[in-house]
Structures are given as structure tokens and as C-alpha cells.
Design a protein around this ligand. Structure first.
Ligand SMILES: [Zn+2]
Length: 326
């Protein structure tokens, strides 16, 4: 008797569901263009889904496929990821679903040059939070390469705030140990893989799997090629490696800005796709970053995360070192 009731109830529910789907064909399809994960936001996570789909890493369901056509040109390709990222960084307005007969339109971006400010060794520092304030005030997206062993449970809120601001969390290993020649990691690259995995696990444990880093910076930039290959993420270095500025120590702010932005002749040396490698440690880094952003904004640069830099400049991430992504 009970089984019969259950079966009848199931049939009724099925019939209702079918009826609803006939009467309300668009109810489930109202996900806005670009919002693949249906969380109401159009952000780099959505762009990543498009890119992963384009290279056949993942499958999308029907709703996601419809939302993936962010530029509404009836094709799903890296152009959609680009549109999503432009929306995410405020360069263009959110796309609207075009009526069936409307020709696709493409909005021109206000800027075409991008740089990524990246900061290492967080999140257990005062400077980290001041950099978040700066990102928020300027509407900029930074990338923070976190050290897993520095992340306390009490950092959950600031990690959540980091991603809510559109900033990216990168992996800077768990132990922050050198992995270069002569180290245990060099003899056994799988130890390096585990150390890096532990950092991503720590981030996922606090704020969720969807925030596992997709970019890596090796501790002290010292790793053997075999270790880096095994870790299998793009290795993000910076355009300022030989500037002579060691910003993990306090710096003269004006000198720092001068050395990082200008060549010997006083010309601006920053180009589209450049990555700044800095540290979330000293107040002088925060102050210099703010000044550099003001200067670069006047030159038409926008401030994006490393992953956004890949997508906006149409570069597919590969397992190699990057000082510039363009
Ligand atoms: Zn470091």
C-alpha cells in the first residue's frame, strides 16, 4: 500500500514538473548571460568555467551553456570569457539577453592595458588588510599568493573578503621552503606537489573548493624545473625581479615607485600584461602601490588578477614562468 502511494505521489510530482516546464519554459533559463554558476554574479569564476569548457576540461549543463554565450553571438569561445572578465572588472556593463532577431553588439572597453599587482606571504599581516582596503577603494583586483602554514582559522573572514572583492588567491606553498637544487623537494618532486596541495587544501577548508588556487609562485623563486613541472600550474614571477627593491623590508616609498615604474631615462617602463611581484608585509609597499596605481591609471592601465590577465590578453595558461602575460 505504502509503495503504491509513493508511486502515485511520484507520478503526480512528475506530471506537475512536466506541466511547469511546459507552462514556464523560460523559468529555469533566466540565468543572465555570463552567470554560468547562477550565483547572481558575473566574475572570473564564470570566465574560468567557459575556458575550461572550451578546452574540453568540463561539461556544462543546458542552463550553463545558454549563460556561457556572454557576448550573445551564438558561439561559445574565449571571447565569452573575455566579455565576462570585462564585466567583472567594470570595463563594460553586464550583457543583456538579446531578443532572437537582434544583431549582436559588442561594447568597446575603455582601456586596453592591464597589469597585475601580486602580493606574497599573506595573510597573517596588517599590510594584507590594508591592501584589501586599497583594492576596495580603487575597485582594483589584486592577487595574493598565500602561504598555507600562515593561514589561521581566524583568517576565514579576510580570505572571504579577498574573493568577494574580486581578488584572487594564489598558492605560495604550505611550508614556504626552498625547493631548489640540494633540497629534499629536488630529490623527490612529489614532496613539492604535496606541500603545494596542502596550501590549496587549507584555503579550500576555510572558504570552499571553488577558491582553490589556479596560479602558483614558488617560495623564494627557488625550485628545480622538475618540481615546477610536477606542480603543474603556471608559475607567476614578476617584471620587477631585478629592480633592486626588496620590499619585504621597509622602503623609501618615492624611490620604490621610481625604480619599479621608470627606466634609467625616466620613461615609464610598464607594459600591458606586466606583473608586479610585491609582498603583503610592509606599509611602504601599500603606500607605493597606491601611488603606482594612480600613475598607471592615468596611462590607461586597469588592475586585474593574474587569471584575469590571462583571459583578457587571450593567453592560455601553461606550466612555465611568467613575468608578463600578453
Ligand atoms: Zn614568499
Amino acid at each position: 500500500m505504502k509503495a503504491k502511494w509513493t508511486k502515485s505521489l511520484f507520478s503526480l510530482l512528475l506530471a506537475l514538473a512536466l506541466l511547469c516546464s511546459l507552462l514556464l519554459p523560460s523559468a529555469a533559463a533566466q540565468r543572465k548571460p555570463g552567470d554560468l554558476d547562477g550565483n547572481g554574479l558575473i566574475n572570473s569564476r564564470d570566465a574560468l568555467l567557459v575556458l575550461q569548457y572550451c578546452v574540453h576540461l568540463i561539461k556544462l549543463d543546458a542552463q550553463q551553456i545558454e549563460a556561457a554565450d556572454a557576448d550573445q553571438n551564438d558561439k561559445i569561445n574565449s571571447g565569452d570569457a573575455l566579455t565576462i572578465l570585462k564585466v567583472a572588472v567594470g570595463l563594460i556593463d553586464e550583457p543583456t539577453r538579446k531578443p532572437a532577431t537582434q544583431k549582436p553588439t559588442s561594447a568597446e572597453p575603455k582601456v586596453r592595458k592591464y597589469v597585475a599587482f601580486t602580493f606574497d606571504d599573506g595573510p597573517n599581516t596588517g599590510a594584507y588588510v590594508r591592501l584589501l582596503d586599497l583594492a576596495e577603494n580603487k575597485g582594483a583586483h589584486f592577487t595574493f599568493f598565500l602561504v598555507g602554514s600562515y593561514i589561521q582559522d581566524s583568517h576565514k573572514n579576510i580570505l572571504q573578503r579577498t574573493v568577494n572583492l574580486g581578488c584572487e588567491l594564489g598558492n605560495h606553498s604550505f611550508s614556504h621552503q626552498r625547493m631548489g637544487a640540494g633540497t629534499a623537494f629536488a630529490s623527490d618532486p612529489s614532496l613539492g606537489v604535496l606541500d603545494v596541495q596542502r596550501c590549496s587544501d587549507r584555503i579550500a577548508e576555510l572558504i570552499g573548493d571553488q577558491h582553490r588556487p589556479v596560479v602558483y609562485r614558488d617560495p623564494l623563486l627557488d625550485s628545480t624545473p622538475a618540481v615546477l613541472d610536477a606542480i603543474h600550474m603556471p608559475i607567476i614571477h614578476g617584471c620587477n625581479l631585478y629592480s633592486g627593491i626588496e620590499d619585504w623590508n621597509p622602503q623609501d616609498v618615492n624611490n620604490m615607485v621610481d625604480k619599479l615604474l621608470y627606466d634609467d631615462k625616466g620613461n615609464l617602463k610598464i607594459q600591458n600584461g606586466d606583473i608586479f611581484l610585491l609582498h603583503a608585509i610592509q606599509q611602504s609597499t601599500v603606500d607605493a602601490t597606491e601611488i603606482m596605481m594612480d600613475i598607471l591609471a592615468k596611462e590607461g592601465f586597469a588592475f586585474v588578477t593574474v587569471s584575469e590577465l590571462f583571459a583578457l590578453n587571450g593567453v592560455s595558461p601553461s606550466v612555465r614562468k611568467y613575468n608578463n602575460i600578453s
